[in-house]
Design a protein around this ligand. Structure first.
Ligand code: SF4
Length: 500
């Protein structure tokens, strides 16, 4: 039986990565490489739109960046401006129709848009616009922005873009391409990251770039210049760079989970190193939840920096006791003879000689449904561990995300209805310790409350009235969350008898 491998990845999924370039003769090649570096932000579809100064040229397809953008495809994307997008669907289904960038020819000229984030009032706007005669071609929330741009009375695109964005709510890090301009825009709360970079050209001058993460600049030897600020629209044209603050300032809500899990550790996000944040998460986790153990083992790859931090703080040796297979495809054929923990073993395998007879601290970045963590604990015990102490480098995840992250419904989140003691029993661990909310904020130096922590608290900074439920996933439209109090915190590790 062939199964989707996604069931083995019990994480929140980041939705999209965006990359844009202005003023480089090989713009679409650079966009391809930039998207390649951002592939972790979305693997279902990808697209690039280039401009040769007269026309826009588009190619989008389902699949991963490397397989889509073959040399003959890139050769059909000429010009010195380009934007690219990788997508893991949030709003809208997974069809090619919803792949981005979206390209249109409207009363404001030829435009292409690539969006990372999720609009929380898109359903309402869609209804209103359809009532007024707009015809939607996709079911992606990004198309609402397109229709609002087309309806704006503003005379230039920056005005129309500002008009449109001041009417929508939620999260957007947005790139917009015209025949001769590139816009990079971030919503006034700054949920999702967006950074500006530049690349000196051998012929003199420089090409400008915008990307979800700085790791895209590193691949191209481009320099990181700065973040696009929340509420800022950067317009890049032949006359240079213009910064426009298009919306009144709102309290910042940068996604803290970018530092816990989503972003690559080699990136700088929201002005700080992701790796530094993750090591600090691990150090504080060790202080809050020490364990009497022989080795610290990360759940690779995402649990590695936090496990390094835990090991450094606790002085317990760090060991790569689980090896990840990096070459598995997206689907697999399950043998007819049942193999214990087959799915998780495809991805992870324990190193028996490191684990046998040892007391293990198993460090991971999050528990979503808990089913994969339970299999990993069982696998580590079967490899001979005598104790397994699970440590999680963030608080219990109790509530879905509505700001551009693919999450299960609240009911599916194990911590939404179970205490840490119950989760520990479910995992079959000897103890379980989650980092506290204050520890997580301290790890990213959030002294001013600039980070969103809604999935840990259930308190949302925007109105969620228009949320709808889609099967198995939460998105803009979920049942109106109650005003939950602070997430349950596991103040100390919970010692629970292991159950087979
Ligand atoms: Fe990030 Fe969670 Fe806020 Fe979503 S709810 S933006 S995942 S911190």
């Amino acid at each position: 039986m062939t199964q989707k491998l996604d069931i083995l990845d019990d994480h929140f999924h980041d939705e999209c990565g965006v990359f844009g370039v202005f003023g480089h003769p090989e713009a679409s090649n650079l966009a391809y490489l930039g998207l390649y570096a951002l592939q972790h932000r979305g693997q279902e579809s990808a697209g690039i739109v280039s401009s040769d100064g007269t026309d826009l040229h588009l190619h989008r397809a389902m699949g991963e960046v490397e397989e889509i953008f073959q040399p003959h495809v890139l050769a059909e994307l000429p010009g010195s401006l380009a934007i690219g997008h990788t997508r893991y669907s949030t709003a809208g289904d997974k069809a090619l129709l919803n792949a981005q960038p979206i390209m249109i020819d409207c009363n404001k000229g030829k435009l292409a848009l690539g969006h990372n984030g999720n609009l929380t009032n898109a359903a309402d706007w869609r209804r209103k616009l359809e009532h007024r005669g707009s015809i939607f071609q996709t079911n992606s929330d990004t198309e609402v922005i397109v229709h609002l741009i087309a309806r704006s009375q503003a005379r230039n695109l920056s005005g129309a873009l500002g008009d449109a964005l001041n009417q929508v709510e939620g999260a957007y890090s947005l790139l917009v391409l015209t025949q001769d301009e590139l816009y990079a825009v971030r919503d006034p709360r700054g949920f999702r990251p967006l950074v500006l970079g530049k690349l000196p050209l051998p012929s003199g001058g420089e090409a400008w770039m915008a990307a979800s993460e700085t790791c895209a600049f590193d691949l191209l030897n481009a320099q990181y210049v700065r973040e696009i600020e929340p509420g800022e629209m950067v317009r890049i044209s032949r006359s240079g760079i213009e910064s426009i603050h298009f919306a009144p300032e709102k309290p910042h809500q940068q996604c803290i989970f970018e530092h816990v899990y989503f972003s690559r550790p080699d990136s700088i996000i929201f002005g700080r190193s992701v790796n530094e944040s993750r090591e600090m998460l691990g150090r504080l986790l060790a202080k809050e939840h020490p364990a009497d153990a022989d080795i610290v083992v990360p759940v690779p790859d995402s649990g590695v920096p936090a496990a390094v931090g835990y090991a450094l703080e606790s002085k317990i040796p760090f060991r790569m006791g689980l090896i990840r297979n990096h070459y598995i495809g997206r689907t697999f054929i399950e043998p007819s003879q049942a193999i214990r923990n087959f799915g998780v073993k495809l991805k992870l395998n324990p190193v028996r000689n490191l684990i046998e007879g040892k007391r293990i601290v198993l460090v991971d970045d999050s528990i979503v449904r808990g089913t994969t963590s339970r299999k990993i604990v069982r696998m580590v015990r079967e490899a001979g561990a005598i104790e397994v102490h699970v440590r999680i480098s963030c608080p219990p995840t109790i509530s879905p995300c509505y700001y551009g992250v693919d999450t299960p419904t609240r009911e599916e989140l194990i911590a939404s209805s179970n205490s840490p003691e119950e989760i520990c029993r479910f995992l079959g661990a000897d103890s379980l310790g989650y980092l506290s909310l204050s520890g997580m904020k301290q790890a990213v130096s959030d002294t001013e409350g600039k980070f969103c922590t809604s999935c840990y608290t259930g308190n949302y900074p925007t109105d969620l009235v228009q949320l709808e439920v889609r099967e198995g996933h939460a998105k803009a439209g979920d049942t109106l969350p109650g005003n939950l109090s602070e997430a349950p915190q596991a103040e100390r590790p919970v010692a629970v008898q292991h159950e087979d």
